[in-house]
Design a protein around this ligand. Structure first.
Ligand code: COA
Length: 259
């Protein structure tokens, strides 16, 4: 599939998505959003892909936010109409396999919200995060108040969304916005290393574990624990679950089939 603003590659079990609009710091215009959503959906259905990684092209940015020039050209009714449709952030959040975000440089507004929709954020020391919408007289509209508050707590989310200040990579790591921090230029390599370790495991177990942790963000503890029990039983009953346990007992490597 040929895309204008993104690149999609596969490397063994890894699906590599790159937002490729470096002259505009990978700002999210409607073409990027549409193409990214199509590519995410295609990777979801590609059985050879076990884990995906999202990154941005160029030296300066992962994504410098929504394309502000598109905002400027849109009426409130048009913006509402867009919000009535499925959005790329949801396509990523609902992706059934693990998806990591490899961040360098600017990660602003909608870029930060894309990173928040991913399961894990690996950043290099050049990464700078901001919910910059407040500077435009706006507020985050794609998870930058909701997913952000769940990840870093309401206080840090307030600080970011109400000041629009940049948070550097070290601070982002300290407050839990970045899970893995690496030296400059090593973010993609590190993301691939982690994704590769995940991809060795049963696709069924990966999917169920992800679903269970996501439920923890939404459900009360008792309901989450009940769901976790059911999902554990589904993993236990899967061919891969039987194979993993049997392989351990027989002191051999498991052969997971994804069912
Ligand atoms: N939307 C549209 N275009 C953007 C953009 C955005 N969010 N961010 C950067 N660009 C464009 C610039 O307009 C510029 O295009 P041009 O060369 O045609 O003029 C190009 O990307 C390079 O950006 P530039 O501003 O020259 O780079 P810089 O290093 O001087 O500054 C930033 C980098 C990130 C500080 C600055 O681009 C910026 O403030 N961007 C907007 C960030 C923002 O408000 N995002 C949140 C939106 S909710």
């Amino acid at each position: 599939m040929d895309y204008e603003t993104i690149r999609v590659e596969t490397d063994g079990p890894l699906g590599l998505l790159t937002i490729h609009r470096p002259d505009k710091l990978n700002a999210l215009n409607s073409t990027v959003r549409r193409e990214l959503m199509e590519a995410v959906d295609a990777l979801a259905h590609d059985d050879d892909v076990k884990v995906a990684i999202l990154s941005g092209a160029g030296e300066k940015a992962f994504v410098a936010g929504a394309d502000v020039s598109e905002f400027a050209a849109r009426t409130p009714a048009e913006q509402r109409e867009l919000y009535n449709h499925r959005r790329v952030y949801d396509a990523i959040a609902d992706f059934p396999k693990p998806i990591l975000c490899a961040v360098h440089g600017y990660c602003l507004g909608g870029g930060s919200e894309l990173a928040l929709a991913c399961d894990l954020r690996v950043a290099d020391r050049t990464a700078r995060f901001s919910q910059a919408e407040i500077r435009l007289g706006l507020i985050p509209g794609a998870g930058g108040t909701q997913r952000l508050a769940r990840l870093v707590g309401p206080g840090q989310a307030m600080r970011m969304a109400l000041t629009g200040d940049m948070v550097d990579a070290e601070e982002a790591h300290r407050i839990g916005l970045v899970e893995v921090l690496v030296d400059e230029g090593r973010h993609l390599e590190k993301a691939r290393e982690i994704a590769g370790r995940m991809a060795r495991w049963s696709p069924v177990a990966l999917r169920l574990a992800k679903r269970s942790i996501k439920a923890a963000m939404e459900a009360p503890l008792s309901a989450g624990l009940e769901l976790e029990k059911e999902l554990f039983l589904a993993a236990f009953a899967s061919d891969d679950g039987r194979e993993g346990v049997q392989a351990f007992v027989e002191k051999r490597d498991p052969e997971f089939k994804g069912r």
